[in-house]
Design a protein around this ligand. Sequence first.
Ligand code: S3P
Length: 167
Amino acid sequence: MKIVLIGFMGSGKTSVAQLLAEKLNLQFIDMDDLILKSSEFKSINEIFEKRGETEFRKMEMKIAEEIAQEDNIVISTGGGVVMNEKTMSYLTTNSKIIFLNLSFEKAKQRVHLKKILPPLFQNIFDAKKLFEKRMPLYLKYADITIDTDNKNIDNIIKEVVVKIKEN
Ligand code: S3P
């Protein structure tokens, strides 16, 4: 089984993926971590600063290609994977795509808890536009959608497990 979590920044993809992997006894990987490890940079923000978004998307696509054939794994993606069809073609290979849905207000609250804001959340107005642009794409790729706004992580995991079995 290959499970891929997608969703906007702040939707909890990494925490959910980690716990889900534990619960289902699968391996866990985080694409942003893999991108960083394969680069000479210390943070995703530094990649955006020094190389720009276009280069970051290429690195993201390369990692998606490298992990396309993995199995028995839960993959946490970056919020922007849905912007690139090729990246999504690798991520959708033999996988179940789970979309962690949340409102923009919730995303903003969660992202603002971080010490350093992600590169594409520096400006609220731009982040909101990005959110609106991506929403139809998340829905298009999702095999399963989980509304997360008022749920704690345990309930989210329970719901994911039930829906995976049903799906
Ligand atoms: C991005 C989301 C980030 C990271 C990069 C770009 C995006 O990941 O990949 O900053 O385009 O939404 P998270 O969704 O894990 O914050």
